[in-house]
Design a protein around this ligand. Structure first.
Ligand SMILES: NC(=O)c1ccc[n+]([C@@H]2O[C@H](COP(=O)([O-])OP(=O)(O)OC[C@H]3O[C@@H](n4cnc5c(N)ncnc54)[C@H](OP(=O)(O)O)[C@@H]3O)[C@@H](O)[C@H]2O)c1
Length: 313
Protein backbone atom coordinates (compact mmCIF):
# COMPACT_ATOMS: atom_id res chain seq x y z
CA UNK A 1 0.00 0.00 0.00
CA UNK A 2 1.26 3.46 -0.78
CA UNK A 3 0.55 7.14 -0.27
CA UNK A 4 -1.47 9.10 -2.83
CA UNK A 5 -1.94 12.85 -2.96
CA UNK A 6 -5.26 13.93 -4.46
CA UNK A 7 -5.37 17.61 -5.41
CA UNK A 8 -9.00 18.77 -5.48
CA UNK A 9 -12.01 17.38 -3.65
CA UNK A 10 -14.79 18.09 -6.11
CA UNK A 11 -16.83 15.09 -7.29
CA UNK A 12 -13.88 13.43 -9.04
CA UNK A 13 -11.28 14.13 -6.35
CA UNK A 14 -13.62 12.88 -3.62
CA UNK A 15 -14.48 9.71 -5.53
CA UNK A 16 -10.80 9.04 -6.29
CA UNK A 17 -9.65 9.72 -2.72
CA UNK A 18 -12.33 7.46 -1.23
CA UNK A 19 -11.65 4.66 -3.69
CA UNK A 20 -7.91 4.77 -2.96
CA UNK A 21 -8.51 4.88 0.80
CA UNK A 22 -10.90 1.92 0.43
CA UNK A 23 -8.13 0.03 -1.35
CA UNK A 24 -5.96 0.54 1.74
CA UNK A 25 -3.78 3.40 0.52
CA UNK A 26 -2.97 6.45 2.62
CA UNK A 27 -4.50 9.51 0.99
CA UNK A 28 -3.68 13.20 1.44
CA UNK A 29 -6.22 15.56 -0.09
CA UNK A 30 -5.10 19.08 -0.98
CA UNK A 31 -7.60 21.94 -1.37
CA UNK A 32 -7.43 25.62 -0.46
CA UNK A 33 -10.40 25.27 1.88
CA UNK A 34 -9.29 22.07 3.62
CA UNK A 35 -11.77 19.53 4.94
CA UNK A 36 -12.62 17.03 7.64
CA UNK A 37 -10.44 13.93 7.82
CA UNK A 38 -12.07 10.55 7.10
CA UNK A 39 -10.64 7.06 7.67
CA UNK A 40 -7.57 6.83 5.43
CA UNK A 41 -7.94 10.41 4.20
CA UNK A 42 -6.09 13.39 5.63
CA UNK A 43 -7.05 16.88 4.40
CA UNK A 44 -4.39 19.53 3.90
CA UNK A 45 -5.42 23.16 3.36
CA UNK A 46 -3.05 24.46 0.72
CA UNK A 47 -3.16 26.38 -2.53
CA UNK A 48 -1.72 23.82 -4.93
CA UNK A 49 -0.12 26.57 -6.99
CA UNK A 50 2.46 26.75 -4.18
CA UNK A 51 4.91 24.26 -5.68
CA UNK A 52 7.22 24.23 -2.66
CA UNK A 53 4.53 23.31 -0.17
CA UNK A 54 2.85 20.88 -2.58
CA UNK A 55 6.20 19.13 -2.93
CA UNK A 56 6.46 18.81 0.85
CA UNK A 57 2.98 17.30 1.04
CA UNK A 58 3.76 14.90 -1.82
CA UNK A 59 7.14 13.73 -0.48
CA UNK A 60 7.10 9.91 -0.37
CA UNK A 61 3.87 9.63 -2.38
CA UNK A 62 3.52 7.14 -5.22
CA UNK A 63 1.15 9.39 -7.16
CA UNK A 64 -0.22 12.91 -7.36
CA UNK A 65 -3.75 12.95 -8.78
CA UNK A 66 -4.60 16.27 -10.43
CA UNK A 67 -8.35 16.53 -9.78
CA UNK A 68 -8.53 20.28 -9.12
CA UNK A 69 -9.72 22.88 -11.57
CA UNK A 70 -9.84 26.67 -11.31
CA UNK A 71 -13.22 28.42 -11.49
CA UNK A 72 -14.68 27.84 -14.97
CA UNK A 73 -14.38 31.47 -16.07
CA UNK A 74 -10.75 31.71 -14.91
CA UNK A 75 -9.20 28.75 -16.73
CA UNK A 76 -7.06 30.79 -19.13
CA UNK A 77 -5.30 32.66 -16.33
CA UNK A 78 -5.38 30.11 -13.49
CA UNK A 79 -4.64 26.76 -15.15
CA UNK A 80 -1.01 27.48 -16.16
CA UNK A 81 0.29 28.14 -12.60
CA UNK A 82 -1.65 25.16 -11.23
CA UNK A 83 -0.35 22.83 -13.96
CA UNK A 84 3.23 24.04 -13.52
CA UNK A 85 3.07 23.45 -9.78
CA UNK A 86 1.70 19.91 -10.22
CA UNK A 87 4.51 19.16 -12.65
CA UNK A 88 7.14 20.67 -10.34
CA UNK A 89 5.95 18.59 -7.37
CA UNK A 90 5.89 15.43 -9.49
CA UNK A 91 9.41 16.15 -10.74
CA UNK A 92 10.79 16.89 -7.27
CA UNK A 93 9.23 13.83 -5.63
CA UNK A 94 9.25 11.22 -8.42
CA UNK A 95 5.54 10.59 -7.85
CA UNK A 96 3.59 9.81 -11.02
CA UNK A 97 1.34 12.71 -12.03
CA UNK A 98 -2.14 11.47 -12.95
CA UNK A 99 -3.96 14.39 -14.53
CA UNK A 100 -7.71 14.28 -14.85
CA UNK A 101 -8.60 15.98 -18.12
CA UNK A 102 -11.59 16.38 -20.38
CA UNK A 103 -12.32 16.32 -24.11
CA UNK A 104 -12.19 20.08 -24.76
CA UNK A 105 -8.67 19.94 -26.20
CA UNK A 106 -9.78 18.15 -29.36
CA UNK A 107 -12.19 20.94 -30.37
CA UNK A 108 -15.14 20.16 -32.66
CA UNK A 109 -14.63 16.82 -34.40
CA UNK A 110 -16.77 14.73 -36.76
CA UNK A 111 -17.03 11.16 -35.51
CA UNK A 112 -16.00 9.47 -32.27
CA UNK A 113 -13.20 10.98 -30.20
CA UNK A 114 -10.08 8.86 -29.89
CA UNK A 115 -6.89 9.72 -28.02
CA UNK A 116 -4.82 9.91 -31.21
CA UNK A 117 -6.75 12.95 -32.49
CA UNK A 118 -4.76 16.20 -32.52
CA UNK A 119 -5.43 18.67 -29.71
CA UNK A 120 -6.79 21.15 -32.24
CA UNK A 121 -9.18 23.24 -30.13
CA UNK A 122 -9.10 26.94 -30.92
CA UNK A 123 -11.21 28.28 -28.01
CA UNK A 124 -9.43 29.52 -24.87
CA UNK A 125 -10.62 26.72 -22.59
CA UNK A 126 -9.77 23.99 -25.09
CA UNK A 127 -6.36 25.53 -25.72
CA UNK A 128 -5.48 25.77 -22.05
CA UNK A 129 -6.52 22.15 -21.38
CA UNK A 130 -4.39 21.03 -24.31
CA UNK A 131 -1.45 23.05 -22.96
CA UNK A 132 -1.77 21.48 -19.49
CA UNK A 133 -1.25 18.03 -20.97
CA UNK A 134 1.39 19.15 -23.50
CA UNK A 135 3.50 20.51 -20.63
CA UNK A 136 3.28 17.27 -18.65
CA UNK A 137 3.84 15.11 -21.73
CA UNK A 138 6.93 17.09 -22.76
CA UNK A 139 8.43 16.72 -19.26
CA UNK A 140 7.60 13.01 -19.37
CA UNK A 141 9.40 12.65 -22.71
CA UNK A 142 12.41 14.46 -21.26
CA UNK A 143 12.48 11.90 -18.46
CA UNK A 144 11.86 14.57 -15.83
CA UNK A 145 8.31 13.62 -14.83
CA UNK A 146 6.18 10.49 -14.98
CA UNK A 147 2.80 11.64 -16.26
CA UNK A 148 -0.45 10.30 -17.62
CA UNK A 149 -3.75 12.02 -18.48
CA UNK A 150 -7.16 10.45 -17.93
CA UNK A 151 -9.85 12.08 -20.12
CA UNK A 152 -13.54 11.82 -19.34
CA UNK A 153 -16.68 13.01 -21.06
CA UNK A 154 -19.36 14.82 -19.03
CA UNK A 155 -19.67 13.33 -15.57
CA UNK A 156 -22.80 11.49 -14.59
CA UNK A 157 -23.61 9.65 -11.39
CA UNK A 158 -23.68 9.85 -7.59
CA UNK A 159 -21.76 12.86 -6.30
CA UNK A 160 -22.14 14.93 -9.47
CA UNK A 161 -24.02 18.13 -8.68
CA UNK A 162 -23.48 21.63 -10.10
CA UNK A 163 -20.78 20.57 -12.58
CA UNK A 164 -22.94 18.01 -14.40
CA UNK A 165 -25.41 18.54 -17.23
CA UNK A 166 -27.62 15.66 -15.99
CA UNK A 167 -27.32 16.59 -12.34
CA UNK A 168 -28.38 19.57 -10.21
CA UNK A 169 -30.12 21.38 -13.07
CA UNK A 170 -32.07 18.26 -14.06
CA UNK A 171 -32.44 15.65 -11.32
CA UNK A 172 -34.44 17.58 -8.68
CA UNK A 173 -36.90 18.79 -11.34
CA UNK A 174 -37.21 15.32 -12.84
CA UNK A 175 -37.84 13.76 -9.45
CA UNK A 176 -40.61 16.32 -8.85
CA UNK A 177 -42.15 15.57 -12.26
CA UNK A 178 -41.29 19.00 -13.71
CA UNK A 179 -40.08 19.74 -17.26
CA UNK A 180 -36.36 20.14 -17.75
CA UNK A 181 -34.55 22.60 -20.01
CA UNK A 182 -31.15 21.77 -21.41
CA UNK A 183 -28.36 23.27 -23.44
CA UNK A 184 -28.20 22.14 -27.08
CA UNK A 185 -30.16 19.49 -28.97
CA UNK A 186 -31.85 17.11 -26.50
CA UNK A 187 -31.82 14.40 -29.16
CA UNK A 188 -28.12 14.51 -30.03
CA UNK A 189 -26.25 11.36 -28.94
CA UNK A 190 -23.87 12.19 -26.09
CA UNK A 191 -21.34 10.23 -24.05
CA UNK A 192 -21.87 10.37 -20.27
CA UNK A 193 -18.96 9.14 -18.18
CA UNK A 194 -19.95 7.52 -14.90
CA UNK A 195 -18.06 9.21 -12.06
CA UNK A 196 -17.09 6.03 -10.14
CA UNK A 197 -15.52 4.74 -13.38
CA UNK A 198 -13.36 7.88 -13.54
CA UNK A 199 -12.04 7.13 -10.04
CA UNK A 200 -11.37 3.50 -10.95
CA UNK A 201 -9.31 4.55 -13.97
CA UNK A 202 -7.38 7.17 -11.94
CA UNK A 203 -6.43 4.43 -9.47
CA UNK A 204 -5.63 1.85 -12.14
CA UNK A 205 -3.29 4.03 -14.22
CA UNK A 206 -1.50 5.34 -11.12
CA UNK A 207 -0.40 1.81 -10.38
CA UNK A 208 0.45 0.59 -13.90
CA UNK A 209 3.41 2.16 -15.64
CA UNK A 210 2.29 0.81 -19.02
CA UNK A 211 -0.25 3.63 -18.93
CA UNK A 212 2.23 6.47 -18.38
CA UNK A 213 3.33 8.96 -21.04
CA UNK A 214 0.01 9.30 -22.86
CA UNK A 215 -3.68 10.12 -22.50
CA UNK A 216 -6.49 7.58 -22.08
CA UNK A 217 -10.25 7.84 -22.34
CA UNK A 218 -12.33 6.51 -19.46
CA UNK A 219 -14.51 3.57 -20.55
CA UNK A 220 -17.97 5.01 -21.14
CA UNK A 221 -21.24 3.32 -22.09
CA UNK A 222 -22.60 3.92 -25.63
CA UNK A 223 -23.92 7.46 -26.16
CA UNK A 224 -27.47 8.43 -25.33
CA UNK A 225 -29.31 11.68 -25.87
CA UNK A 226 -30.42 13.82 -22.98
CA UNK A 227 -34.01 12.84 -23.75
CA UNK A 228 -33.16 9.12 -23.64
CA UNK A 229 -31.34 9.54 -20.34
CA UNK A 230 -34.18 11.57 -18.83
CA UNK A 231 -36.73 8.96 -19.97
CA UNK A 232 -34.68 6.16 -18.45
CA UNK A 233 -34.11 8.08 -15.23
CA UNK A 234 -37.83 8.84 -14.97
CA UNK A 235 -38.64 5.18 -15.53
CA UNK A 236 -36.34 4.34 -12.59
CA UNK A 237 -38.23 6.74 -10.34
CA UNK A 238 -41.55 5.16 -11.31
CA UNK A 239 -42.87 8.62 -12.21
CA UNK A 240 -44.08 9.56 -15.66
CA UNK A 241 -41.40 10.97 -17.89
CA UNK A 242 -41.07 14.74 -18.04
CA UNK A 243 -40.87 17.04 -21.06
CA UNK A 244 -37.33 17.90 -22.17
CA UNK A 245 -36.86 21.23 -23.91
CA UNK A 246 -33.88 22.91 -25.51
CA UNK A 247 -33.22 26.33 -24.01
CA UNK A 248 -33.99 28.70 -26.93
CA UNK A 249 -30.92 30.48 -28.30
CA UNK A 250 -32.47 33.90 -27.67
CA UNK A 251 -33.04 33.02 -23.99
CA UNK A 252 -29.47 31.74 -23.72
CA UNK A 253 -28.16 34.94 -25.29
CA UNK A 254 -29.93 37.14 -22.75
CA UNK A 255 -29.13 34.85 -19.79
CA UNK A 256 -25.45 34.86 -20.80
CA UNK A 257 -25.35 38.58 -20.15
CA UNK A 258 -25.91 37.84 -16.46
CA UNK A 259 -24.35 34.39 -16.02
CA UNK A 260 -20.56 33.96 -16.42
CA UNK A 261 -21.10 30.16 -16.61
CA UNK A 262 -23.49 30.43 -19.57
CA UNK A 263 -21.11 32.86 -21.27
CA UNK A 264 -18.29 30.37 -20.90
CA UNK A 265 -20.41 27.46 -22.14
CA UNK A 266 -20.66 29.15 -25.54
CA UNK A 267 -17.23 27.76 -26.46
CA UNK A 268 -18.37 24.17 -26.01
CA UNK A 269 -21.95 24.45 -27.35
CA UNK A 270 -20.92 22.15 -30.23
CA UNK A 271 -20.65 19.27 -27.74
CA UNK A 272 -24.42 19.46 -27.18
CA UNK A 273 -25.64 20.58 -30.60
CA UNK A 274 -24.40 17.48 -32.41
CA UNK A 275 -23.24 13.94 -31.61
CA UNK A 276 -20.46 13.92 -29.02
CA UNK A 277 -19.10 10.44 -28.64
CA UNK A 278 -16.04 9.18 -26.81
CA UNK A 279 -14.20 6.02 -27.88
CA UNK A 280 -12.31 4.25 -25.07
CA UNK A 281 -11.43 1.09 -26.95
CA UNK A 282 -7.68 1.74 -26.53
CA UNK A 283 -8.04 1.73 -22.76
CA UNK A 284 -10.26 -1.33 -22.77
CA UNK A 285 -7.76 -3.23 -24.91
CA UNK A 286 -4.96 -2.59 -22.41
CA UNK A 287 -6.48 -2.37 -18.93
CA UNK A 288 -9.17 -3.87 -16.77
CA UNK A 289 -11.67 -1.12 -15.88
CA UNK A 290 -14.91 -1.29 -17.90
CA UNK A 291 -17.83 1.13 -17.93
CA UNK A 292 -20.43 0.32 -15.30
CA UNK A 293 -23.57 -0.97 -17.09
CA UNK A 294 -25.92 1.94 -17.72
CA UNK A 295 -28.84 0.38 -15.82
CA UNK A 296 -26.71 0.21 -12.71
CA UNK A 297 -25.53 3.79 -13.27
CA UNK A 298 -29.13 4.99 -13.50
CA UNK A 299 -30.24 3.01 -10.46
CA UNK A 300 -27.40 4.29 -8.27
CA UNK A 301 -27.79 7.87 -9.49
CA UNK A 302 -31.53 8.00 -8.77
CA UNK A 303 -30.95 6.43 -5.36
CA UNK A 304 -28.25 9.02 -4.55
CA UNK A 305 -30.48 11.96 -5.58
CA UNK A 306 -33.48 10.65 -3.67
CA UNK A 307 -31.36 10.35 -0.53
CA UNK A 308 -29.83 13.79 -1.05
CA UNK A 309 -33.18 15.48 -1.62
CA UNK A 310 -34.73 13.73 1.38
CA UNK A 311 -32.06 15.41 3.55
CA UNK A 312 -32.60 18.91 2.12
CA UNK A 313 -35.98 20.67 2.26
N1 LIG B 1 -17.66 18.04 -14.49
C1 LIG B 1 -17.49 17.27 -15.56
O1 LIG B 1 -18.46 16.81 -16.18
C2 LIG B 1 -16.08 16.91 -16.01
C3 LIG B 1 -15.93 16.04 -17.06
C4 LIG B 1 -14.63 15.69 -17.45
C5 LIG B 1 -13.53 16.21 -16.80
N2 LIG B 1 -13.73 17.09 -15.78
C6 LIG B 1 -12.53 17.62 -15.11
O2 LIG B 1 -12.29 16.88 -13.92
C7 LIG B 1 -11.58 17.70 -12.98
C8 LIG B 1 -12.27 17.62 -11.64
O3 LIG B 1 -13.55 18.15 -11.78
P1 LIG B 1 -14.58 18.14 -10.57
O4 LIG B 1 -15.88 18.59 -11.16
O5 LIG B 1 -14.47 16.87 -9.83
O6 LIG B 1 -13.95 19.25 -9.60
P2 LIG B 1 -14.36 20.76 -9.37
O7 LIG B 1 -15.76 20.89 -8.96
O8 LIG B 1 -13.84 21.53 -10.52
O9 LIG B 1 -13.55 21.01 -8.02
C9 LIG B 1 -12.51 21.81 -7.93
C10 LIG B 1 -11.72 21.32 -6.69
O10 LIG B 1 -10.41 21.79 -6.87
C11 LIG B 1 -10.01 22.48 -5.71
N3 LIG B 1 -9.09 23.52 -6.14
C12 LIG B 1 -9.27 24.46 -7.10
N4 LIG B 1 -8.18 25.24 -7.19
C13 LIG B 1 -7.28 24.77 -6.27
C14 LIG B 1 -5.99 25.16 -5.88
N5 LIG B 1 -5.37 26.19 -6.44
N6 LIG B 1 -5.39 24.46 -4.89
C15 LIG B 1 -6.00 23.41 -4.30
N7 LIG B 1 -7.23 22.99 -4.64
C16 LIG B 1 -7.87 23.68 -5.61
C17 LIG B 1 -11.31 23.04 -5.10
O11 LIG B 1 -11.22 23.24 -3.70
P3 LIG B 1 -10.92 24.70 -3.07
O12 LIG B 1 -11.79 25.67 -3.80
O13 LIG B 1 -11.24 24.53 -1.63
O14 LIG B 1 -9.48 24.94 -3.32
C18 LIG B 1 -12.27 21.87 -5.39
O15 LIG B 1 -12.15 20.89 -4.39
C19 LIG B 1 -11.55 19.11 -13.59
O16 LIG B 1 -10.31 19.34 -14.21
C20 LIG B 1 -12.66 19.06 -14.62
O17 LIG B 1 -12.47 19.99 -15.67
C21 LIG B 1 -14.97 17.44 -15.35
Amino acid sequence: MSTHVVVGFGPAGAATARLLAGQGHTVRVVTRSGGTDEPGIEHVALDATDAGRLTEVARGAAAIHGCAAPAYHRWASDWPPLASSLCAAAEATGAVLVLLGNLYGYGPVDGPLTEDLPLAATGPKGRVRAAVWEQARTLHEQGRVKAVEVRASDFFGPGVTDGGHLAARVMPRLLHGRPVSVLGDPDAPHSWTYLPDVARVMAEVAGDERAWGRAWHVPTEPPQSVRQMVDRLAYRTATATVPVRAIPSAVLGVASLFSPLLRELKEIRYQFDRPFVVDASAYEAAFSVRATPVDEQLRRTVHWWLERLSRTP
